[in-house]
Design a protein around this ligand. Structure first.
Ligand SMILES: Nc1ncnc2c1ncn2[C@@H]1O[C@H](COP(=O)(O)OP(=O)(O)OP(=O)(O)O)[C@@H](O)[C@H]1O
Ligand SMILES: [Mg+2]
Length: 218
């Protein structure tokens, strides 16, 4: 199992959600929908080791992430976890390829030129990030994560800045990536069509994570 989360709750000023159980298996893609402010990004941070939940246990690749040593956690983040952030956190002064290289060198993976072609950014990655369009920056940040070859990809609205065609293309690349080996995807999105491309869909509402039947959208 890639993710096993049990009885997760989180509060900042008030309780966002409670009693959430969540599992992710190999080659599985799961989409999370929900209104703005419902706590989707927070849940993604809980699950991905960046924010300890107020309550509950989370195992990633059988490791209890909030009860392991700092060095084990660093290894897990470096080699096994890939986080595509809602705001990309690219180094704006560098070009795209340098941004991708920094992450992949840390995790010891070779450059993947095909990936750049698949994401249709091979011709723009030599430009400074601040000169790229929002959608191009978003795809550079996706390439940066995929080139690391992590087991679990967490993606917070990875298609938010993209037109329909490019959004589908990005989804195709992500789903193809997780279709083999010990890999899976957790995706937060506002786009029901994008969610529909995943194996399972949940909606975060009324403090709970409820599974939605895919057929509802068909
Ligand atoms: N670090 C923090 N400290 C205090 N409150 C926070 C913090 N992070 C998030 N919140 C609050 O928690 C709530 C949920 O935020 P979150 O970013 O998880 O929502 P979201 O579902 O991802 O929304 P969106 O769809 O707009 O991205 C918001 O009310 C937000 O203000
Ligand atoms: Mg969010």
């Amino acid at each position: 199992m890639l993710i096993e989360a049990l009885n997760i709750a989180h509060s900042f000023d008030y309780e966002l959600y409670n009693s959430i159980d969540f599992n992710l298996k190999n080659n599985q893609s799961i989409a999370i929908l929900g209104r703005s402010g419902s706590g989707k990004s927070t849940l993604l941070y809980n699950l991905s080791s960046f924010l300890k939940p107020s309550h509950g246990d989370i195992k990633l690749l059988n490791q209890d992430i909030y009860n392991i040593s700092e060095s084990d956690l660093i290894k897990l983040r470096r080699y096994n976890i890939g986080m595509i952030f809602q705001s990309h956190y690219l180094f704006k002064g560098m070009n795209g390829i340098n941004n991708i290289d920094i992450a992949r060198i840390l995790s010891n993976t070779p450059q993947d030129k095909k990936l750049l072609e698949k994401l249709e950014i091979e011709r723009v990655v030599s430009q400074k990030v601040s000169d790229l369009s929002g959608g191009q920056q978003q795809r550079v940040s996706i390439a940066r994560v995929l080139n690391k070859q992590p087991n679990i990809i967490f993606a917070d609205e990875p298609t938010g800045n993209l037109d329909k065609t490019t959004a589908r293309l990005v989804m195709k690349v992500l789903l193809e990536y997780i279709s083999s080996g010990e890999r899976g995807l957790v995706l937060v999105t506002h786009d029901e069509e994008i969610a529909n491309m995943c194996d399972k869909i949940y909606r975060l509402e009324d403090k709970k994570l409820n599974e939605i039947k895919i057929s509802k959208f068909l």
